[in-house]
Design a protein around this ligand. Structure first.
Ligand code: SAM
Ligand code: SF4
Length: 474
């Protein structure tokens, strides 16, 4: 599809704010979730169609337990249909926590004088990445505070540095970033460094609430943040991730905001976000919030299921902010990526001192501190196929050309075999005997679900991996 500026509505102009709280509240207040309508909307999504704002409001307003169960069941079914059983694994790497902003919910906020501030030196970044490679990681997301130290040029430098670290058979094949928004030129600079996804969360889509939480610094400008992905697209960074921090404002409004943002990107650039994140507020040093909008576990599960149905083709990311049990359950509703072996204290991957979590050194508290091997072990028990695949990004299958879901059979031809091959690499290079035995069985199970020809070609490549070849993909 070619971009046609004539077709843009007044409501979706490039670089223009697009959130109208009145519109969102109208939909939430006036949409009736009768049984037949809810079922119709679920069926539309199961046919792999994107839902409209009104249809999403129908699901949000369905609060009778029977309908909530049907929504969750729909999300489970859609996940099977669209994504198969693979789960992509990654780890965050915090580079620096200096920050000029004063976000009430964050341990790195400028008014937190207790925070110990640090930026990893180049040598420390290399050591951290080596430790991550020794664990078997292949995909990282680099995280930064917002500070003059972390210019686009510096961030581009750290991205290149990470790509250059090779230890044994280890290498990082995809570096995503979560950093404060840049201007167009800045996006160009980080784009040229070869970033995978640029991720930025609006935190809350409600302008008044946003103002209350963001007390100082560049981040206090709601519209600058809201239009950041327009600037990314203008600069050619077409692989972007959005998110909302749940617990700041009414979760129902935020789900609608995420959908509105997706619509805007699709209308203006013919490409929606690659991923949506839905972090929930966790304890942080000097947290300054009331609990009015806290999202309980039941609503959290509901909102993930609704997001899955609303945007069948967008990846959903669930992080170690959530505890093990919540992660295990929520994953079933359509999560496609999780982090494993996560540590968010600066410098902690390579740190041999096994110190307890210390909130003065972290942005917030994580609740799933299992190692990558433990996470993989459980995924295998639950019949998932853990994947470190980076093929699409490296073959230029991104943005408008990101065909994962639009080409029939894509998952079976590419994603599943690539998951199997990257898992095979992990087993050969990093797994102990028990995990290896479990992993090979899972690979066989996965291959048996593929067409004969693809399965055979994958088996042939896995034999080559066993003999020492690396980085094979379709
Ligand atoms: N400083 C950049 C920014 O604000 O965009 C980089 C990202 S920040 C280090 C990563 C994300 O963590 C934020 O966008 C926010 O959604 C989330 N976050 C901040 N405080 C949190 C908390 N207490 N609990 C859970 N997530 C939090
Ligand atoms: Fe700084 Fe980001 Fe934390 Fe806000 S959320 S204080 S911008 S690190």
């Amino acid at each position: 599809m070619k971009f046609n500026p004539e077709k843009l509505s007044i409501r979706d102009q490039r670089m223009k704010p697009f959130i109208d709280p009145g519109e969102i509240w109208d939909l939430l207040n006036n949409t009736k979730p009768d049984k037949a309508r809810v079922r119709e909307v679920i069926a539309k999504s199961l046919d792999k169609n994107r839902l409209t704002m009104e249809e999403t409001a129908v699901l949000i307003n369905a609060d009778n337990p029977e309908l909530i169960e049907e929504i969750k069941e729909g999300a489970r079914a859609l996940k099977e249909k669209v994504y198969g059983n693979r789960i992509v694994l990654f780890a965050p790497l915090y580079i620096g926590n200096y920050c000029n902003n004063n976000c009430r919910y964050c341990g790195f906020r400028s008014s937190n004088k207790e925070a110990s501030r640090r930026t990893l030196s180049d040598e420390e970044i290399v050591t951290e990445v080596e430790a991550l490679e020794d664990n078997g990681q292949k995909r990282l997301i680099l995280v930064y505070g917002e500070h003059a130290k972390y210019s686009a040029g510096y961030i581009a430098h750290t991205v290149k540095l990470v790509y250059d670290v090779k230890k044994g058979n280890g290498e990082i094949r995809r570096v995503n970033i979560n950093a404060a928004p840049f201007d167009v030129e800045g996006f160009r600079t980080v784009g040229e460094a070869g970033i995978g996804t640029y991720q930025v969360f609006q935190e809350t889509y409600h302008p008044e609430a946003y103002k209350w939480y963001h007390l100082a610094g560049k981040k206090a400008d709601y519209n600058w943040r809201l239009t950041s992905l327009d600037r990314a697209q203008e600069a050619g960074v077409d692989d972007v991730g959005i998110g909302a921090l749940f617990g700041l404002y009414d979760w129902r409004f935020e789900v609608m905001g995420l959908l509105r943002h997706t619509n805007h990107l699709e209308a203006c650039y013919n490409v929606g976000p690659h991923t949506i994140s839905f972090p929930r507020i966790k304890d942080a040093s000097t947290l300054d919030l009331d609990k009015k909008y806290e999202v309980n576990d039941d609503d959290f599960k509901r909102l993930v299921a609704i997001l899955r149905l609303a945007v069948p083709y967008t990846g959903l990311i669930l992080t170690a902010r959530e505890n093990h049990d919540v992660r295990r359950e929520v994953m079933r509703f359509g999560v496609s990526q999780i982090d494993g072996g996560t540590k968010i204290e600066l410098g902690s991957y390579a740190d041999l001192k096994n110190e307890k979590q210390n909130l003065n050194r972290e942005q917030f508290m994580i609740n799933d501190a299992r190692s990558l091997a433990e996470v993989i072990d459980e995924l295998l028990d639950d019949d998932y196929l853990p994947s470190f695949c980076t093929a699409c990004y490296r073959l230029g299958r991104t943005g408008e050309h990101f065909m994962e879901f639009s080409v029939p059979g894509f998952i079976k031809r590419y994603c599943s075999p690539n998951a199997a091959m990257t898992l095979a690499e992990y087993i050969v290079d990093y797994a102990d005997d028990d995990l290896a035995a479990k992993g090979w069985k899972a690979i066989e199970r996965g291959l048996s679900r593929l067409d004969q020809d693809v399965a055979n070609r994958t088996r042939e490549r896995i034999e080559r991996i066993k003999k020492g070849e690396r980085d094979l993909y379709f």
